[in-house]
Write a protein that binds this ligand. Sequence first.
Ligand SMILES: Cc1ncc(COP(=O)(O)O)c(C=O)c1O
Length: 371
Amino acid sequence: MIKFSKNNINPSDLNVVNKILHSGWLTHGKYTNLFENELSKFTKAKYAVTVSSCTAALHLSCLAAGFKKGDEVLVPAQTHTATAHAVEYTGAKAVFVDTENLSGNISYDKFVKKITKRTKGVIVVHMAGYPCDLKKIIKFCKQRKIKLIEDCAHALGSRVDKKHVGNFGISGCFSFYPTKQITTGEGGALVTNSKKIYQKIKILKAFGIDKDITQRKKPGEYDVKFLGLNYRMTDFQAALGYLQLKRYSSNLKRRHQIAKRYIYNFRRNKNIKYMPYSKDCSFFIFQIFTNQRNNLIKFLKEKKIQFSIHYANPLNKMTYYKKKYNLNNKSYKNAVNYSSTSISLPVYPKLKNKEVDYICKIINRFYLNEK
Ligand SMILES: Cc1ncc(COP(=O)(O)O)c(C=O)c1O
């Protein structure tokens, strides 16, 4: 069986987790600071904050942006539901925008058409790690005072113009879910270059309490000025994230080798489509697009190759959103096409060259037999 995902946790990481568990200091400790500092160093963002998930990072970003009832925030129709939910938690309305044909990233032309007087923000998603074409979106947002949030759940290591993603709007939100490039079980983080946003989010992620544990003169001596949440990450999770991030450059290098190998092996296969190689992509997964998905999926299962689909339904088809906003498929043709033709193939450092070659051989053979 070739697995869709294998994490990059080492036995030595587990020794550190073990020590933390035995130390009794399990949350907001030394490793939380170390992980946040390492994230800020890696992304070159001024500030980083660990949280309990990317969903939490997105929610906090929407709160810090000030989105509220009556506001509209644009999100791509093709994304994880967390991107839109984060907007809706604040009372604002998630407005869906169709995506580009192959990248699955938000389409600038369609984004502009959805702008109204109520538009207060946009969340872009760097789908599968392919960085969005941000230039025009950034310019438009600046002119119209629209707040830009980057959903970087797939994009640890992705760049736009040599700058790490997450640095282009008010914040960038990362996920450390088990299938992601680095994992803390559940977990996430956000980066920002704004001191104001950073300070607000630090408070909002911990109940709205104004003093963290190191700033209190007496235990329990603090004030609560906002209706905050508990979105903290534990210290043993932070240690896992920190240790994996420290060696992430070799993980990322291997991802690029694997992506190049898929592209080389598929070079004569005219039945599938995929994005061209990009040195700026983090290669969370390698996606192929096919009109024969159901049969190909069956074949992959028979050959014991695991895969995934990101995502089998765009958000305009999800009952909650479809009913609430009376959505149809016509306005989201590219997103619908993307979700009905894509297959996500595995990319992770432990995936061997011979496994990549086998996956490609099976997929190429499928089309020979189909003819
Ligand atoms: C694009 C995108 N955004 C947000 C999330 C939510 O991440 P988390 O599971 O860390 O909350 C995911 C989950 O995989 C995702 O794919």
